[in-house]
Design a protein. Structure first.
Lengths: 424, 437
């Protein structure tokens, strides 16, 4: 796999060259600010754009076209890292050698991408009213529907309580109050802001001829290379005065215990590799201490896991338990963290955690999207390292580093989604 | 045997060993990860069979295949196979479906050791009463987790409506009651009968030259590794497996049903029961493919139906179509989250019945053929997907790598033959309703 950095269409462009995939993926990413104010608009816009092409105004039109092009993929995605948002316009298609009917799939892909980015179906300064209403309604239902997925609902509730006035509480999916304020006109303004005022870059991955690709990319025209001051990771120091505990009851069989911790390590911290190892040891893998203690030794849960959200300096523990086992499970998790803080650590567990992480990192190269996402985030964070560098750093993590990571972790909020018979 | 598939630029190597084990190797040059699956043609559908070496049929508790899967990982020396894989830096897992139990691992180094471990742990049965009892606690929690999942409840409800006896109507994990009847004796009988190598497949997908650290005869070398492993073990002679799966007529069990859960929006499914048929080679796969094209043309994002359902607020942005065909029968499932479950059901039923007269045009059909081709090529980017779809098809005597050749020959007349499946008595629906409605 070869990484070629160059400038095309006035912006930073990266070609990731590899012939092991049967597809090519072209992506244009815009970076801008992520905030409570724009989160819902960004979410709705990403839903709208793939159906709002002037040249292919109906779903039937665009899907027929994509089917005709051998199931070409076309998407707009939007997701945050701390207070920065990435909006990605993408097309992916099979390598032309797999079809023998003479279509120029490279050119077709660029043509679709150009329509997607630059030519939305706009009338009188706004999106098509009917389509807008339809997608707004769908997003509304999706937000309401988080309730159906108990785990996701419980995590959302935890983050809402834990980081009330922080970016942590802002859902990238959006919220109902803000959604009400959006109309087809102000959504179009959000679109224009992204294209005009954000910072664009291009990534292409697959097996292709550089000159042919550059020639095709020219058809997209120039993008804006605005110099923005983006906050990509949290540097906030939060003091926890008192651990918040919240219980909500629903008619469910299995309770969801969600524990939210603050950490002192963000994605660009020197201890970041150690924080990855910590998480893998603590609750990130099937061999982790939480699985061993909570599931295997005490039969308290079918699932228990920890996940680090490093851009927000958070660590979340989730478990599916019997409501009556709430206190016991919670205390076991806290006790386990205290063991880490006191340096009661197993070198064997650390070795397993490292191996598991290293394997995961090596495997990134087997997935086009994972390669792009890893590469892109590293550049965004300014750590500019490749998989091999990060693996080296992980190998060098010591038990003292793990202890140091653990000492920066403190419980902030506990949320229990309990069954109705819970009387705690 | 070596087989090249020029349309997809892939090669498959297969060998059947003396003990009956079928080994499949699919080289994927440049891939860092290797994916290996050791699978038995035995899943939740089999609950009545003649145990190996016996004469009479026995009935076993629902969910026993899944329970056995959990128990396989426990080794006689008290270790757990998952830990042994982890020691090698390998990820391991297992899954039980309606007609297969699969043990798998993946990783980027120690692959040969991993393959030996995979064969060894699955071929080392070790069941004790105490550990079976402990497992009952864990599976009890697992089943409760599924009971809170609206999608799982929808699937189960629809299957109960479609089938009277065929065991698709039971949850793969069994019930909280049924697993209490699982014991050392019946679990051992299941193992002895269905885990004979002649009832199993081993598939390995990855960069074989890198695994074997040689460019010379790497695939042959890998076959040798597997043969040596098997040659060191004794297996009883190959016997035909007698299993009895209840089949039934083509009418659904119940036309409609619903249940309430603590959710905000209804989830609704309409199902079509596919009748019991005698399939020949590749037919189940092809039937599945043809039905997928037909349903995509009818309900997919490029259909008028899809926009119409959005306009009438019958779906919430998405509608899903699943087609399941095993070696005996199958079902179609059209499902969505909806604010208007009754209207959704009415609408989908009407559309399904209209399929008894094919309206697909040549132009549409050819466009879908292109889409299927592209979609299949794309799916070959993922080695785990290759292994799973290959196994999923081979257990019903179909070779997924031949699908594009078969697709080329497919014509509109073949699609007309699907008309017979869409009749009133073969359709049922099931809805999960929010509890406060």
């Amino acid at each position: 796999m070869q990484f070629v950095d160059l400038v095309s269409n006035n912006v930073k462009t990266t070609f990731i060259k590899t012939n092991k995939f049967k597809t090519i993926s072209i992506n244009v990413v815009f970076l801008g600010e992520f905030s409570k104010e724009n989160a819902t608009r960004r979410s709705l816009l990403a839903r709208m754009l793939p159906f709002s092409l002037k040249k292919y105004p109906t779903k039937k039109d665009i899907n027929n076209k994509l089917n005709e092009l051998y199931d070409m993929g076309m998407s707009v995605s939007s997701y945050p890292t701390y207070k920065t948002n990435m909006t990605s316009f993408s097309v992916d298609y099979v390598k032309p050698e797999y079809i023998n009917t003479g279509e120029n799939l490279h050119a077709e892909a660029i043509a679709i991408l150009r329509e997607l980015i630059f030519n939305p179906n706009i009338k009188k300064g706004g999106f098509n009213k009917k389509l807008f209403k339809e997608q707004k309604n769908i997003l509304k239902q999706n937000i309401i529907n988080i309730y159906n997925n108990k785990n996701r609902y419980a995590i959302r509730q935890l983050l809402n309580h834990m980081g009330k006035d922080e970016i942590t509480s802002v859902s990238a999916l959006g919220n109902l109050d803000d959604l009400e304020l959006i109309d087809e006109k102000n959504l179009y303004n959000t679109y224009k802001d992204i294209i005009e005022s954000e910072k664009a870059s291009i990534i292409v991955i697959g097996d292709f001829d550089d000159d042919v690709m550059l020639e095709n990319l020219k058809l997209l025209g120039d993008f804006k290379n605005n110099d923005l001051n983006l906050e990509v990771v949290s540097n906030e120091e939060k003091q926890i005065e008192e651990v918040k505990e919240l219980v909500e009851k629903q008619n469910i069989n299995q309770a969801k215990l969600i524990m939210g911790f603050r950490t002192s390590v963000n994605s660009i911290d020197e201890l970041y590799p150690a924080s990855l190892v910590f998480n893998a040891m603590f609750g990130g893998t099937f061999q982790s201490d939480l699985i061993r203690v909570v599931r295997e030794e005490n039969s308290l849960a079918y699932t228990i896991a920890s996940q680090a959200i490093s851009d927000l300096k958070l660590l979340i523990v989730t478990a599916g338990i019997d409501s009556s086992k709430y206190e016991m499970t919670k205390n076991l998790v806290i006790a386990q963290l205290n063991n880490y803080k006191n340096g009661e650590l197993s070198a064997a567990n650390m070795r397993l955690a490292k191996e598991s992480l290293i394997t995961e990192l090596i495997e990134i190269e087997d997935n086009q999207n994972a390669v792009m996402s890893f590469y892109f985030k590293n550049h965004l964070y300014g750590v500019a390292e490749d998989v091999v560098d990060l693996i080296e750093k992980i190998k060098n993590v010591s038990l003292d580093d793990i202890k140091a990571v653990a000492q920066g972790i403190n419980l902030d909020t506990v949320f229990l989604l309990a069954s109705e018979d819970y009387d705690g | 045997m070596v087989k090249n598939y020029p349309l997809i630029k892939e090669t498959k190597y297969t060998q059947t060993l003396d003990n009956g084990l079928e080994v499949i190797i699919i080289p994927k040059s440049g891939y860092k990860r290797t994916f290996a699956v050791f699978a038995t043609k035995y899943g939740s559908l089999v609950n009545r069979f003649v145990p190996y070496g016996e004469k009479n049929y026995i009935d076993v508790p629902l969910g026993i295949a899944h329970f056995l899967e959990h128990k396989m990982f426990e080794m006689p020396d008290g270790t757990d196979a998952t830990e042994l894989f982890a020691d090698l830096g390998l990820d391991s897992n297992a899954a039980t479906s309606y007609n297969m139990t699969a043990y798998l691992f993946s990783g980027t180094s120690n692959i040969i050791k991993g393959i030996n471990l995979l064969l060894d742990f699955v071929q080392t049965p070790y069941f004790t009463d105490e550990s079976i009892e402990r497992e009952q606690g864990i599976i009890d929690q697992e089943l409760k987790m599924y009971m809170d999942n609206p999608a799982d409840n929808l699937q189960l409800g629809l299957m109960e409506n479609l089938f009277k006896y065929y065991p698709l109507r039971y949850d793969i994990g069994g019930t909280i009651e049924s697993i209490k009847d699982i014991n050392k004796d019946n679990i051992t009988k299941c193992y002895n009968t269905f885990y004979h190598p002649s009832n199993m497949y081993l598939i390995i997908v990855g960069d074989i030259e890198s695994i074997m650290e040689t460019k010379e005869a790497a695939v042959e070398g890998l076959f040798e590794v597997i043969k040596n492993n098997q040659a060191n073990k004794k297996f009883p002679k190959i016997l035909d497996i007698k299993k009895n799966i209840l089949v039934e007529d083509e009418n659904v069990n119940k036309l409609s049903g619903s249940k309430k859960m603590d959710i905000m929006m209804a989830k609704t499914a309409v199902g079509v029961k596919l009748p019991f048929e005698k399939f020949s080679r590749n037919e189940p796969m092809l039937l599945q493919l043809k039905l997928k094209i037909l349903l995509d043309a009818t309900f997919g994002a490029s259909s008028d139906t899809f926009q119409d359902m959005l306009d009438q607020n019958l779906i919430n942005g998405n509608i899903y179509t699943d087609v399941y065909v095993d070696d005996l029968c199958g079902y179609i499932k059209i499902h969505a989250n909806t604010q208007k479950p009754e209207k959704f059901v009415h609408y989908v039923r009407k559309k399904l019945l209209e399929l008894s007269k094919s309206k697909l045009t040549e132009e549409e059909f050819n466009r879908y053929k292109k889409a299927v081709l592209g979609n299949f090529i794309k799916s070959l980017n993922y080695i785990d997907n290759i292994a799973y779809t290959y196994l999923d098809n081979i257990i019903k005597d179909s070779d997924v790598f031949e699908v594009l050749e078969l697709l080329q020959d497919l014509n509109l007349e073949d699609m007309k033959k699907l008309e017979k499946y869409f009749k009133k008595t073969a359709i049922s629906d099931y809805t999960i309703l929010p509890k406060n409605e």
